[in-house]
Design a protein around this ligand. Structure first.
Ligand code: ZN
Length: 161
């Protein structure tokens, strides 16, 4: 079966940055499984997979603009230490959910800690990086009607709708 809209695709992958450093892989977190055509993947990555069949191997190179965009310095902010009540230890690399000025949630990562302030970065962790995906398609199946309606894969049974 070829990958087309409303297929569930399972793929092994390795993700590298421009320097060839391994960022993530299916060996670490399990295969990538997604609903094709639902916008779950970066558009160029999804487009490259379109029409592939199980066993296909492909390399997809994405420049910053096709990946997660440039690193935006305005999303890096030093906030007072007392903005983290109840958190005893704050260290670089910790993640928090915070609220933007408009009230929408934003995930930030701590990049620096001083005695009275904490620097957080709201950029996507892959912002500003060129990416290279090495993929091997393992399985392609038609999505169920329910999966299509929900816009995501149900094979792990964790759906709560
Ligand atoms: Zn669902």
């Amino acid at each position: 079966m070829l990958i087309k809209k409303n297929c569930v695709v399972t793929s092994q992958f390795e993700l590298f940055d421009k320097a060839g450093e391994l960022i993530d892989s299916s060996a670490q977190g399990g295969p990538l499984e997604y609903l094709h055509g639902a916008g779950e993947l970066l558009p160029k990555l999804e487009a490259a997979l379109d029409g592939c069949e199980p066993g296909a191997r492909l390399t997809v190179e994405l420049g910053v603009d096709d990946a997660f965009g440039e690193h935006d310095p305005s999303l890096v902010e030093a906030v007072p230490r007392e903005n983290f009540p109840g958190v005893e230890v704050i260290e670089p690399g910790m993640r928090f959910e915070t609220q933007m000025d408009d009230g929408s949630p934003m995930l930030v990562v701590v990049t620096e800690v001083s005695p009275d302030s904490v620097t957080v970065d709201g950029n996507h962790e892959l912002a500003g990086r060129d990416l290279r995906f090495e993929l091997e398609v393992i399985d392609v199946r038609a999505a169920t009607t329910e999966e299509v309606a929900h816009g995501h894969v149900h094979s792990h049974g964790e759906c709560e709708h």
